[in-house]
Design a binder for this molecule. Structure first.
Ligand code: PLP
Length: 413
């Protein structure tokens, strides 16, 4: 069973201020989670989490994480601007993008961000469009093949558009050193939403080996290794959550095995987690508008895929709690749908729930990352608000709902 971090009574109280649908975030859960992550990697003096802004690009959330010591991982111009607006710059920003426009690199360089080059050709592109290189730079690595943990294929880097091949990384480091770069980092993102505790240790093993080879063959100073994002969360009830202490210990073992003998004990480890940090600490609150009985039973809610795309896009599972009916038997089979003119606009298909009534609050779990941020405006739908459940009690609006004026703002009428 999955229990929401909010009660029906709280939702009823909130409904006077915040009309559904909206995404709700749990400040306490977020803070506890980031502290646990930092504790798990405290053995590495330079450890730092750079929150993947794209997961939840909200200044209130970013400020909480920044106060907890996190940097920000940006991948676009506006994400960089968002950092600038809340006073985050310099070493507090990692810029990990691909197919990067010139103005994105220009702003990243102006802000003093640590830039992660996605391709060898970006060295020339950067020089032409920005100018001299900063003293510190990172290159993104793509080993190709399959990424496996215990003989189980998690993803296929060979089919991924990101990063440089191994020979390209060597070539890039040599070139960049000639151009005055003094400190290097390597980065790889090889699988997504992995809940197995061996994910980071396996990724770390590949990156640490590469780092040791790079140091031995080129003599460059490798200052940091960025394990990127990809740690998953248990979207399904009964699924095991990653044990972050075990993950940290696993990485430490590999560090001691590979980097210590290579004389690289000063290497800082970075992470760029989005989903793991925020996913479980946000949910979407929506209300039942209609019940429809045709060849199947449908529950129509006031949210749609424009508020939460993952089920429609990936067939992703998001658990649903019918608030106030947690103790009733789940003996009704429903599809839970939004109102888009697209038949994939379903938050759940063939889901057993207690009998649902019009006006019920549904909590759609685990929308804290890649939830609101993946929203869009198809069918003229307007995205809902974001609300923060504050640590000290109470709630505050951290992004208002869109209005028709927002929708029309970009049009020539
Ligand atoms: C999306 C992304 C992340 C975060 O991924 P999660 O799966 O949310 O942890 C980190 N780094 C980069 C470069 C990304 O594109």
């Amino acid at each position: 069973m999955k229990t929401p971090f909010v009660t029906l009574e709280q939702l009823q109280a909130l409904s006077e201020r915040f009309p559904t649908p909206y995404h709700l975030y749990d400040e306490r859960g977020i803070r506890e989670n980031v502290r646990a992550l930092k504790a798990a990697f405290a053995w590495n003096a330079g450890f730092r989490e750079y929150f993947a802004v794209k997961a939840t690009p909200n200044p209130a959330i970013m400020r909480i994480l920044h106060k907890e010591g996190c940097g920000m991982d940006c991948s676009s111009l506006t994400e960089l601007m968002l950092c600038e607006k809340i006073g985050v710059s310099g070493d507090d920003i990692m810029f990990s993008s691909n197919d990067t426009p010139a103005e994105d690199y220009q702003l990243a360089a102006k802000l003093g961000a640590t830039i992660n080059l996605d391709d060898i050709t970006h060295i020339e592109f950067f020089e032409k469009t920005v100018g001299a290189f900063p003293e510190k730079i990172c290159c993104r690595y793509n080993p190709g093949g399959n990424f496996e943990i215990s003989n189980k294929i998690m993803d296929s880097p060979a089919d991924a558009k990101y990063g440089m091949t191994k020979p390209q990384v060597f070539q890039a480091f040599r070139l960049l050193r000639e151009k005055g770069v003094k400190e290097f980092g390597i980065h790889a993102f090889l699988a997504s939403n992995v809940t197995e505790d061996d994910y980071y240790p396996e990724l770390a093993m590949q990156l640490f080996r590469l780092a040791a080879e790079l140091k031995a063959e080129t003599g460059v100073h490798i200052g940091f290794i960025n394990l990127s994002g990809g740690i998953g969360i248990p979207y399904r009830p009964g699924q095991q959550a990653p044990d972050i202490d075990r993950v940290g210990e696993g990485v430490r073992r590999v560090f001691e095995q590979i980097l210590l003998p290579a004389g690289m004990e000063d290497v800082a480890l970075y992470t760029e987690l989005g989903r793991y940090l925020l996913g479980s600490h946000g949910c979407m609150v929506t209300k039942v508008l209609h019940k429809k009985h045709i060849h199947k039973d449908y529950i129509g809610v006031d949210a749609c895929a424009c508020d939460l795309l993952r089920p429609a896009m990936y067939g992703a599972y998001h658990h649903i709690t019918v608030m106030g009916k947690e103790m009733l038997p789940a003996d009704h089979l429903y599809d839970v749908t939004g109102g888009l003119c697209e038949n994939n606009d379903k938050f759940a298909v063939d889901r057993w729930l207690p009998e649902v009534d019009i006006g019920d609050f549904l909590v759609i779990h685990d929308t804290g990352a890649h939830g609101h941020s993946m929203g869009y405006n198809y069918n003229g739908k307007l995205r809902g608000a974001e609300v923060l459940l504050c640590e000290g009690g109470g709630a505050k609006l951290i992004r208002r709902a869109e209005t028709p004026e927002d929708y029309f703002a970009t049009l020539e009428l």
